[in-house]
Design a protein around this ligand. Structure first.
Ligand SMILES: [Zn+2]
Length: 69
């Protein structure tokens, strides 16, 4: 069975908080997370193309919302 994975901050591994879900191109949506520990903001792209598959993460998008440090 698919179990909903916890989303961990890629920087510090604290569980991130889902801030919002933005509809992306068809078949995708973009989930914006904030880390309560290090205040990192990062986005996860959920692939919703195939209804037979559970939404799965396709990778982190870094540096979209803030300049690189
Ligand atoms: Zn963090």
């Amino acid at each position: 069975m698919f179990h909903h994975p916890r989303t961990l901050c890629p920087t510090c591994r604290t569980e991130a908080v889902l801030a919002r879900i933005t509809p992306g191109h068809f078949g995708f949506d973009i989930r914006t997370f904030e880390c309560p520990a290090c205040k990192d903001v990062h986005q996860l792209v959920a692939d919703l193309v195939d209804p037979m598959k559970s939404p799965r993460t396709t990778g982190w998008l870094h540096g979209q919302l803030q300049p690189p440090r």
